[in-house]
Design a protein around this ligand. Structure first.
Ligand code: FEO
Length: 384
């Protein structure tokens, strides 16, 4: 697929994968993008995941025929992009592999010291001329591993952005870009907001006319929208107003309270997202906690702690730097309710949280008095 003059997409789509990185549901699959730049010299940018090497090499051949590749640029060593390096080296043994010093260390660790023969180590600001296309490398540590470089082509204004600006789902999936890009970003790169900010600052002076990520569609229009979302996500600002209610319920009583609160908020005109943490896609629930400005955590007490799905959820939030939100609590306990205390303790390291004064305490089941507590909490959540 030709993307721009001299640049073609040669990636593959994995439609069989069940869990990306062993944990993220990808019902519409995921793409492992790879690109060829055809010039006086030919460069391939990144390889593809395990099991797709032959198809990928066929895609390269469909662009360059029998020509030899001069350079393989390895921007990122996570196996979804690096697993086919050895396939590549077998087919193009004379190509020079271009990567950061850390990437070569990882290549050694993954494939052994003899896996690649001809190497070129690049770092921040290194350039590589292919003819008309001059590539400049920009270090992007922790976006999403420490070895990552991204690549800018001044001829076309293409930014080969590695994992940044990626998205779950095959590129032709008919769905809003932001929904699956957000779940991907928050899930995978969300911990590294400061590093994404650093990359955005470094690339701000570049004349970027298209973004070519390693997952999802190539972005060619309205780039300010995508860059703006990455700025919002990496600063962990709320994208919009709304209340996420995440509940972990054993026999349905905590769930009932959560649903009653949802109704109270909806009649007050609020956008509400309700998640049953024992059954939902927890990564969608985590992404929405970062999308909206208010969060309600509702949990049964269990073994003097929170019910385990809530524990996993709060850990999923805090390890990604959850902050700057209003948070409220609903707890349940038949003899010694502990859930609110535990949930607050789990969030102690989260910065700039506003905890509501109102909360809801159930002793086993919803009672008449519970409705009053829920209405008071709804009122407080709507007063901003
Ligand atoms: Fe798409 Fe961090 O690998």
């Amino acid at each position: 697929m030709q993307i721009a003059r001299g640049i073609s997409g040669v990636g593959v789509v994995d439609r069989e994968i069940d869990l990306f990185e062993g944990q993220y549901a990808v019902p519409n699959g995921v793409s492992y993008n790879s690109y060829v730049i055809t010039d006086e010299k030919i460069a391939v940018i990144d390889t593809v995941g395990e099991g797709f090497g032959e198809e990928w090499l066929g895609n390269i051949a469909s662009v360059i025929g029998d020509a030899e590749v001069d350079y393989l640029i390895v921007q990122h060593m996570e196996p979804d992009h690096s697993a086919s390096i050895t396939d590549f080296v077998r087919r193009y043994p004379e190509a020079t592999v271009v990567a950061s010093a850390k990437a070569f260390t990882m290549m050694n660790n993954f494939f052994g010291a003899d896996a690649v023969r001809k190497t070129l180590t690049v770092a921040e600001g290194s350039t590589l001329s292919l003819g008309r296309h001059t590539l400049t490398f920009v270090a992007a540590p922790m976006v999403h591993w420490p070895e990552v470089i991204v690549t800018y082509d001044s001829e076309t204004g293409a930014l080969f952005s590695a994992d940044a600006f990626g998205k779950f789902g095959a590129p032709d999936t008919d769905e809003p870009w932001a929904d699956e890009a957000r779940r991907y970003y928050i899930g995978i790169v969300g911990k590294y907001g400061a590093q994404v900010q650093s990359l955005l600052k470094k690339t701000a002076s570049l004349d970027i006319r298209m973004i070519l990520p390693l997952h999802g569609p190539v972005l060619t229009e309205n780039l300010g929208y995508y860059l703006g979302l990455y700025d919002t996500w990496s600063c962990r600002r709320a994208e919009e107003e709304g209340v996420v209610i995440a509940y972990a319920s054993i026999y349905g009583n905590t769930a009932e309270a959560a649903k009653l609160l949802a109704r109270e908020l909806e009649v007050r005109g609020e956008t509400v997202k309700l998640y049953d943490l024992a059954r939902c896609d927890i990564h969608a629930a985590i992404a929405d906690a970062f999308r909206y400005d208010r969060l309600v955590l509702a949990s049964s007490t269990y073994n003097g702690d929170v019910f385990p799905p809530m524990h996993a959820y709060i850990h999923g939030l805090t390890e990604r730097g959850f902050c700057k939100r209003t948070v409220a609590f609903i707890e349940n306990g038949s003899w010694a309710p502990m859930a609110t205390k535990v949930m607050k303790e789990m969030l102690e390291g989260s910065k700039e949280l506003t905890l509501t004064a109102a909360g809801v305490k159930l002793l086993s089941a919803v009672k008449e008095s519970t409705h009053l507590e829920i209405a008071a909490l709804a009122d407080e959540l709507c007063r901003r």
